[in-house]
Design a protein around this ligand. Structure first.
Ligand code: PHB
Length: 390
């Protein structure tokens, strides 16, 4: 054997040993988490609740995950898709974050998923339901702690059909989340024999509902299905009642319509039925401690967004524990998360192959300041993950 060949073989053996041994070295430096969330605009309260939930979990672990101190870098994405690529690249290229956590708005989240894929950066989505994120854009290092837009809509289509409504008008913001929420609703509602009389929409984040409410009054459907959230949801519920429609045409929605919004909606929200993966009176022991700790830390009641932020940190913690703090070990990180049972305030769930929660979707009804649980609308509902190849 030539000397050159011997060196080549020895070198190869050394490299193989290193490759096997590498995961054993625990990472100990600070872990940089890039929070890209809306801190202004119609979704500002949602962004803050997500950050609060995320920080609560990290604080419960003594400020460290897998022995690594967590350092935060924040960007206000303003729920503006036009600024999303620049914003996410600040975190990836300027701040060199180890993990991206964001965001609320589906259009912004899709730009984040693209940048995460292009750069190989780990991404955990703590709200945005864009079906594509765990569909065609799915990746081993992209995870979601929330829902797909399809999920609450699909569950509600079955509920509305079972309640005997035949003709429904839908109304939402014209963007991915609205379209896909209505898409999920339509899929199950029409399968059960229902008809969508008209699909109404307005541009995000508009709140000029008057002309559309007049149209609903003249169409006289059996019921209305809607997706609105944050500040827009507050205004829609108030305007629907003020237009006199609440008495005559039942309003149903994805649960964002009444989550984190009840204090501002007051009596106008009373009685509304929605579907969501969280509620205010769950018999989940984990929820009791979560609510106590959240209220103590922030002097606020948590909502679904706080839960999703908390779970995003839990998912990060699970992956880091399995890789001794090494986010670069994506295969081991993903394997650990995929087999985990996540003990969430919403109840236990798994992430499934596409990394989207497989979870119970609850039927809730507003009573006073609470989204009271009525039952489970859809048990262990998995997003179909259409287009995901991993
Ligand atoms: C979304 O854009 O995906 C979105 C925004 C707010 C919500 C839910 C979904 O409450």
């Amino acid at each position: 054997m030539t000397l050159h060949r011997k060196q080549f073989i020895l070198g190869g053996i050394a490299a193989a040993c290193l490759a096997v041994a590498a995961p054993a070295f625990a990472q100990t430096g600070k872990l940089k988490v890039g929070l890209m969330l809306p801190y202004t605009g119609t979704f500002a309260a949602l962004g803050n609740a997500i950050e609060n939930g995320f920080r609560l979990y990290v604080d419960e672990q003594g400020g460290k995950l897998a022995g690594r101190e967590i350092e935060f870098v924040k960007v206000d994405d303003e729920s503006d898709p036009a600024k999303a690529t620049d914003n996410v690249n600040k975190l990836i290229k300027r701040d060199n974050v180890d993990v991206l956590v964001g965001t609320v708005h589906s259009g912004v989240a899709m730009a984040m998923a693209k940048a995460a894929k292009d750069s190989g950066t780990m991404l955990i989505v703590p709200n945005a339901g864009a079906d594509a994120v765990t569909g065609p854009m799915c990746a081993p290092h992209i995870f979601r702690s929330s829902f797909s837009n399809w999920q609450p809509g699909y569950a509600m289509g079955e509920v509305v059909a079972k309640r005997g409504h035949k003709k429904v008008v839908t109304i939402t913001w014209k963007y991915a989340a609205g379209d896909e929420s209505v898409g999920g609703f339509k899929e199950s509602f029409t399968k059960a024999g229902g008809t969508i009389v008209k699909e109404l929409s307005l541009p995000f984040p508009g709140v000029e509902f008057q002309a559309l409410l007049t149209e609903i009054a003249s169409l006289k459907p059996d019921a209305v299905y809607t997706f609105f959230a944050g500040g827009g949801a507050v205004k829609f519920v108030k305007d629907y009642a003020a237009a006199g429609l609440k008495k005559s045409i039942p309003l149903y929605g994805a649960g964002f319509l009444t989550d984190g919004t009840l204090a501002a909606q007051g009596a106008d929200a009373d009685g509304l039925m929605t579907t969501l993966h969280y509620g205010d009176s769950l018999e989940v022991p984990k929820d009791r401690t979560f609510r106590l700790n959240y209220a103590k830390a922030y002097k606020l009641q948590p909502d679904v967004y706080a839960v999703q932020g908390y779970d995003a940190a839990q998912i990060l913690g699970i992956g880091l524990a399995a890789t001794k703090g090494d986010v670069k070990n994506k295969a081991a990180f993903a394997a650990a998360v995929e087999k985990a049972r996540i003990e969430s305030p919403r109840g236990t769930y798994t992430l499934g192959k596409t990394h989207n929660p497989v979870q119970d979707i609850y039927l809730r009804q507003v009573s006073g300041k609470e989204n009271k649980l009525i039952g489970v609308a859809s048990k262990s509902l998995a997003d179909p993950g259409r287009g995901c190849r991993m």
